[in-house]
Design a protein around this ligand. Structure first.
Ligand SMILES: *[C@@H]1O[C@H](CO)[C@@H](O)[C@H](O)[C@H]1NC(C)=O
Ligand SMILES: *[C@@H]1O[C@H](CO)[C@@H](O)[C@H](O)[C@H]1NC(C)=O
Ligand SMILES: *[C@@H]1O[C@H](CO)[C@@H](O)[C@H](O)[C@H]1NC(C)=O
Ligand SMILES: *[C@@H]1O[C@H](CO)[C@@H](O)[C@H](O)[C@H]1NC(C)=O
Ligand SMILES: *[C@@H]1O[C@H](CO)[C@@H](O)[C@H](O)[C@H]1NC(C)=O
Length: 811
């Protein structure tokens, strides 16, 4: 498996390397587009995998089988707008996949048929055939759905060859039509028939036959200025076997009278939906409109779009009532420059009226009308001005949908509005409404579009629109979000492009049902007030339309252009109360911690010790070299009273020497050099040591200190070299215990230059570290090599206790 996979990957790589030339990705590779390249011959280097080949708008005059036989995948071949004169369909014999073949707009005169069974779409329209290019084989292409044809002569026998084909669309694109045999078209079996007529053709007979042919009939290019007379003979023609229900006219240029006659004709056929697009009328009116026979019809909807008048001599009111009297379901007359419309004074059954993009004015509503079935009224793009007039007109109908967009509508506060209860959607966009429009709205409205007006705020004292679900107030002048106090069911709100700086909280409290909110492109002021708004998107993701690109700060200026998403407005920086509480809380915690440390952990003691330690270090560094010039042999000399000897031997010495024995200590005991006095011994010891450590305790003061007092006083030591003395306070010594004659000791104690022996065992670490730091000096720097020597001597005064002196003999 793995091997196969690897091989596959390898192949892909090789292929992609080969393809990396200018070739397009696979998707496009299947389409080869050679449109508009002035080609005279089909290119020979076509990609064999081509599925769609476009050779339209070239100068090809001939195609042959060698052009396409290599394209075994070809499905779509477009050869329209060329100069091909003849064609043998057999050249596509090898293109078994061919489904779509477009040969329209060529100069074909002859086609030699071959049954291409798979073909669905074949277009031979707009060619130069004399007769229909159909034969037996055409009838064998049973999958054909679209067939485009052209011929100068249309005869029954031609269509008979394909009569049994069930086509979807037959398209007759005619360049000329010199002869039409009546009854030819109805032979075809197709759902839709589309005829594009050449100029000045007698369309009557084609319309006639067309209506008998297909369900949908479309005719393009109807201009029959000269056919009024020919119609006369046919106007009372009764149409049997009519099939068309949808009739579409396109590009019509007729005399009004001719148009009227067409209407009358179509009226009595099977047509239910009649649409005319792009019509131009002209000429005088001779026919009497009152003679229009409205009876006997199945017509339901008429749609006239893009109506132009060449010469307008038609009495208007007669023209309007021609349509409104038709009494059908749907009527559309749009883009017709129509200034007015009249309704009969009896009830008519219109359900849908669309007069969009005309020039209708308020006059439309002046005359009472009876439209008891009207559901939809579209009056967009007119020149209406007064909303209350529309409301009165609507109130006599069961109107549901009203489109009044793109007018000049306004509403004045003193005018009363009466809307029907049925009205549920209203489009009032692109008008001139101000805030007062909210006083003229139907009670049951569900969807309301007010975009592009001049609304500045939603007034507080309007009626409750309980059913309103969608409200669009985009492109207005609102300075705040409207609350939902008047629209309790609102779920979609659009307030894009207004002047909202910071949306108020009222919105968030009252608009609980809103699911979709578009508030983009407002000039937001990015201050703390905006926090709730930004939170809204965080908590209900997807609610804001256009998030986050359309939501950008406008103020303050240093944030201009920043997306709301990226603005940092944290809870702390915005909530003053919270800010104060937080600061106070932090302070409290600090105070509590400090208090705890002081009370429980004796922080001041630690601080003092650390301070001493730091000082010592500093001093040692500063003075070490200078001090060592003296002939120093010991790190320290320790003096203590017999009473404290246990502590010295069990605690002090082991701890000072603990590291690696490199600390040399001179231990004081009385009479250690019998040849000298005690004071002389002490002085020599003090001078040979880098530091002198005195273990102070009441007993020491009483028994030992006297030896030193004189010496210190004499040598002025305290003032000059006081940092060579280290006092360890083993037990507190009340000041009354120090005899008054010990001036120097008093001075030392006052300076507080002593280390207190902590009662708390866990504090001892720091004590020892401090002490060690104080005596830490490199003795070998002095150039003397000393040897450690220990000897023990029996003490006279305190017999039994071992007295030891550690000293060095310098070599
Ligand atoms: C070929 O290109 C022309 C414009 O150059 C375009 O109109 C036509 O649709 C393209 N044909 C296909 C099959 O994409
Ligand atoms: C049409 O097809 C039928 C059977 O499919 C065949 O008998 C007949 O000969 C074909 N006609 C032509 C003209 O190819
Ligand atoms: C026309 O074709 C439809 C199917 O598309 C078929 O039902 C109908 O019978 C055909 N009519 C005639 C007259 O052959
Ligand atoms: C009339 O208009 C309505 C609304 O656009 C549409 O639903 C209906 O299908 C139309 N009726 C006809 C017969 O075209
Ligand atoms: C209202 O009319 C405008 C313009 O005519 C249109 O763009 C908009 O989509 C309409 N609104 C609704 C809700 O149909």
């Amino acid at each position: 498996m793995k091997l196969i996979r690897n091989f596959y990957v390898f192949c892909n790589i090789v292929m992609s390397i080969e393809d990396s030339a200018p070739k397009l990705p696979e998707e496009k590779e299947s389409t080869s587009n050679y449109s508009s390249m002035s080609l005279r011959k089909v290119p020979t280097d076509l990609t064999p995998t081509t599925i769609t080949l476009d050779l339209s708008y070239n100068l090809l005059f001939q195609v042959q089988s060698s052009d396409f036989y290599s394209l075994s995948n070809l499905k779509v071949l477009i050869l329209c707008h060329n100069r091909i004169q003849q064609l043998d369909i057999k050249i596509f014999e090898l293109n078994q996949e061919l489904r779509y073949l477009d040969l329209s707009y060529n100069r074909l005169k002859v086609v030699t048929w071959y049954s291409l069974a798979g073909l669905r779409h074949l277009d031979l329209s707009f060619n130069d055939f004399d007769t229909m290019p159909l034969c037996e084989e055409t009838g064998n292409m049973s999958h054909l759905e679209f067939l485009g044809l052209s011929a100068a002569k249309i005869q029954k026998p031609d269509f008979q060859k394909i009569a049994h084909l069930h086509l979807n669309t037959v398209f007759l694109g005619l360049r000329t039509l010199s002869y039409y045999e009546e009854g030819s078209l109805p032979i075809l079996n197709t759902t839709k028939l589309h005829i594009v007529l050449p100029r000045n053709t007698n369309f009557w007979v084609l319309l006639h036959d067309g209506i008998k042919t297909s369900k949908i009939l479309e005719m393009t290019n109807i201009d029959g200025k000269s056919q009024f007379i020919s119609y006369k003979t046919q106007q009372n023609l009764v149409l049997k076997n009519a099939k068309t229900t949808t009739l579409l006219f396109n590009k019509v240029d007729l005399l009004w009278d001719d148009f009227l006659l067409i209407f009358q004709f179509v009226w009595h056929t099977s047509v239910e939906y009649f649409q005319v697009q792009n019509i131009t009328f002209g000429g005088n009116v001779y026919l009497d409109h009152n003679s229009f026979d409205y009876s006997n019809t199945v017509m339901r909807a008429i749609r006239l779009e893009d109506v132009h008048f060449r010469i307008f001599y038609i009495p208007q009111d007669r023209m309007y009532s021609l349509f409104t009297k038709m009494d059908i379901e749907n009527l559309t007359i749009s883009d017709a420059q129509m200034p007015h419309m009249l309704f009969p004074n009896y009830p008519v059954s219109f359900q849908y009226l669309n007069f969009a993009n005309n020039i209708l004015t308020d006059d439309l509503f002046k005359k009472p009308s009876k439209l008891p079935y009207l559901q939809t009224l579209i009056l967009k793009g007119n020149k209406l001005e007064t909303l209350s007039l529309v409301s009165c007109f609507a109130n006599s109908t069961p109107l549901m949908h009203l489109d009044l967009s793109q007018n000049l509508l306004q509403h004045k506060n003193d005018e009363n509005c009466f809307w029907p209860e049925t009205l549920i959607t209203m489009n009032l966009s692109f008008n001139k409404f101000a805030d007062s429009v909210f006083r003229c709205l139907p009670r049951r409205i569900q969807i309301l579009d007010l975009n592009n007006n001049k609304i500045q705020s939603v007034p507080k004292e309007i009626i409750h629109l309980k059913a309103l679900r969608e409200l669009n107030i985009a492109f207005n002048f609102l300075t705040d979000l409207p609350g939902c106090s008047h629209f309790s069911r609102l779920s979609v709100l659009n307030i894009e492009m207004n002047f909202i700086l910071s949306p108020s909280l009222d919105f968030f409290h009252s608009c609980q049902e809103v699911k979709v909110l578009n508030a983009g492109r407002n000039p937001f002021r990015c201050t703390c007030e905006l926090r709730d708004f930004i939170q809204l998107e965080k908590y209900s993701a997807g609610m804001m339309v256009g998030w986050s690109d359309s939501y950008v700060c406008e103020y303050p200026l240093d944030l201009k252009g920043t997306r709301l998403k990226d603005v940092d407005l944290s809870e702390l920086s915005c909530n003053t109360a919270l800010f104060v509480v937080t600061i106070v809380a932090i302070m409290l915690v600090l105070v509590v911690m400090v208090a705890f440390c002081c009370l429980r952990l004796d922080l001041p003691w630690y601080l003092r010790m650390l301070g001493q330690w730091a000082q010592t270090w500093h001093r040692v560094r500063r003075t070490a070299q200078e001090q060592l010039k003296r002939s120093v042999q010991f790190h320290a000399f320790i003096s203590y009273s017999e009473h404290d000897s246990l502590w010295v031997k069990n605690e002090l010495i082991p701890n000072l020497e603990k590291e690696d024995g490199s600390v040399l200590i001179c231990l004081h005991e009385r009479n250690f050099d019998p040849g000298k006095s005690i004071a002389e011994n002490i002085v020599s010891c003090v001078e040979k040591s880098y530091k002198s450590i005195f273990v102070l305790s009441p007993s020491f003061v009483q028994s030992e200190w006297c030896h030193y007092e004189l010496y210190f006083a004499h040598h002025n030591l305290l003032r000059e070299r006081s940092d060579h003395i280290l006092l360890i306070l083993l037990e507190p010594i009340p000041s009354y215990c120090i005899p008054t004659r010990f001036h120097e000791l008093k001075a030392l104690m006052e300076k507080k230059a002593y280390l207190e022996w902590p009662k708390d065992r866990c504090k001892c670490g720091l004590f020892w570290a401090n002490l060690r730091a104080a005596i830490n000096v490199n003795l070998s720097d002095t150039g003397e090599v000393c040897e450690l020597q220990t000897f023990t001597e029996l003490n006279e005064e305190s017999r039994g206790s071992a007295v030891s002196l550690i000293r060095t003999d310098c070599l």
